[in-house]
Write a protein that binds this ligand. Structure first.
Ligand SMILES: Nc1ncnc2c1ncn2[C@@H]1O[C@H](COP(=O)(O)OP(=O)(O)OP(=O)(O)O)[C@@H](O)[C@H]1O
Length: 402
């Protein structure tokens, strides 16, 4: 009797183990099937096609297994959320090798945009610029495609500008450097990459700051690459209110100069410390920062609207030059705006002259301590350093008369 009982017990146990094993096999098969389905739906086959075309450096794009990213983000734990944007949620994660990454869970991509999404993934993974956030790879075998970026630790320029840290305010020199870095990255994207890439959503929330507060342009979710002679007409206007090129808004035709306009708004944000759209400004003053700034420039009141930090630390001539540059980026007619190359050149030149002044000031301090005589003429020569804008930036810096 006891033997029968043990036999039935073992039989039941084996049956249970068998059922559990069958369930595991079924679950694994179903998960494999689902992964294949999602991979196809998210454009995986298109991506494989691109990778096997031979034109792409395959090593630069990694296909992450969903399990790895699941583990890295602690199952997309809300506590790991870095931010939420129009195209999805971004989580902080740690890969098996200890590397910290930012994982972006995209929203559903409709089939019409799939090809563009994949081309962009390929294109962006090939970009290697110190001021562009690096796309490390992607995962397409999940319900929503995942993009894996290098993690940038110091938040966005928007947070730094509009949620300032009293102990560490954004110095003029730093503002100038960030502006030059962003301009350089855009110049590179517009011209140096094999196909021009337009960012299409330049704004201070898309400029991240690394551990040394160097700018990293992020979020190419709406960017498009175009062949040089191709005019880019879209039916849907994309971008962010306050930064949107009015010419593009009217014509739906996005050009490199639309990025220049948005960059102009970022420059004004850096100069004034004000938000691109603000209801604390009256309608007459201009709810849009671009209008507010242009009106102040036209009525020679620029210095009344500048950030106190800029007024305190910036060389007057340099500040005027940057303001004049921003004004030309904001011209209504895109053709009259400078190119990103010209913008970069002007900013680099101003930055250099600032560095010279800082160097000279340091030297001055040293000489003061050592009691050495100081040649005043050399300082004045530097402050009126030849920082002439390219011919297209023909506006004369305004003199403050308010
Ligand atoms: N590589 C990254 N490293 C660190 N934080 C990041 C990274 N990428 C994005 N973030 C954070 O996640 C937030 C959301 O980013 P996301 O690009 O999705 O949206 P957004 O730019 O704020 O909005 P939208 O996509 O609608 O323009 C960012 O504001 C930033 O704080």
């Amino acid at each position: 009797m006891a033997g029968l009982g043990v036999g039935v017990g073992f039989g039941a146990l084996f049956l249970l183990i068998g059922l559990w094993w069958l369930y595991r096999v079924f679950k694994r098969k179903r998960s494999e099937k689902l992964k294949k389905k999602y991979f196809k739906r998210n454009g995986g086959l298109l991506l494989q096609e691109q990778l096997s075309s031979g034109e792409v450096n395959v090593e630069k794009i990694k296909m992450f297994p969903s399990k790895e990213l699941d583990k890295a983000t602690d199952h997309y734990n809300v506590n790991r959320t870095l931010g939420q944007g129009g195209q999805g949620t971004v989580y902080k994660g740690m890969l098996a090798d200890g590397k910290i990454v930012a994982v972006k869970k995209s929203k559903v991509i409709d089939e019409g945009n799939l090809r563009l999404f994949i081309i962009e993934v390929v294109l962006l993974s090939q970009i290697n610029h110190r001021n562009v956030v690096k796309l490390l790879g992607c995962c397409l075998e999940t319900e929503l495609p995942l993009l894996v970026y290098e993690f940038i630790p110091n938040g966005t320029l928007f947070q730094f500008l509009h949620d300032p840290n009293e102990e560490f305010p954004l110095a003029w020199e730093m503002r100038l450097r960030i502006a030059a870095e962003v301009a350089g990255a855009l110049f590179y994207l517009h011209s140096a990459a094999s196909l021009p890439i337009f960012h299409r959503d330049i704004k201070s929330t898309n400029i991240l700051l690394d551990e040394k507060y160097r700018a990293k342009v992020a979020d190419f979710g709406t960017s498009r690459s175009v062949s040089i002679d191709q005019t880019h007409v879209t039916t849907l206007v994309q971008g962010t209110f306050g930064y949107l090129d009015p010419e593009y808004f009217q014509s739906s035709q996005f050009t490199d100069k639309s990025d220049v306009y948005s960059f102009g708004v970022v420059l004004v944000e850096l100069l004034t410390g004000q938000k691109p759209i603000s209801f604390t400004r009256s309608e007459e003053q201009g709810r849009s920062l671009a209008t507010y700034f242009i009106m102040a420039m036209e009525s020679n009141c620029l210095f009344d609207i500048l950030d106190p930090q800029v007024v305190k630390q910036g060389e007057r001539e340099d500040v005027l030059m940057v303001a004049s540059l921003a004004r030309s980026c904001l011209r209504l007619n895109g053709k009259e705006r400078p190119t990103m190359k010209e913008v970069t050149m002007v900013l680099e030149r101003i930055k250099k002259s600032e560095n010279l002044i800082v160097q000279q000031e340091n030297e001055y301090d040293r000489n003061e301590v050592m009691g050495a005589p100081w040649d005043v003429t050399s300082a004045s020569t530097i402050s009126s350093f030849d920082i002439c804008a390219p011919s297209s930036l023909d506006e004369k810096p305004l003199l403050h008369t308010c």
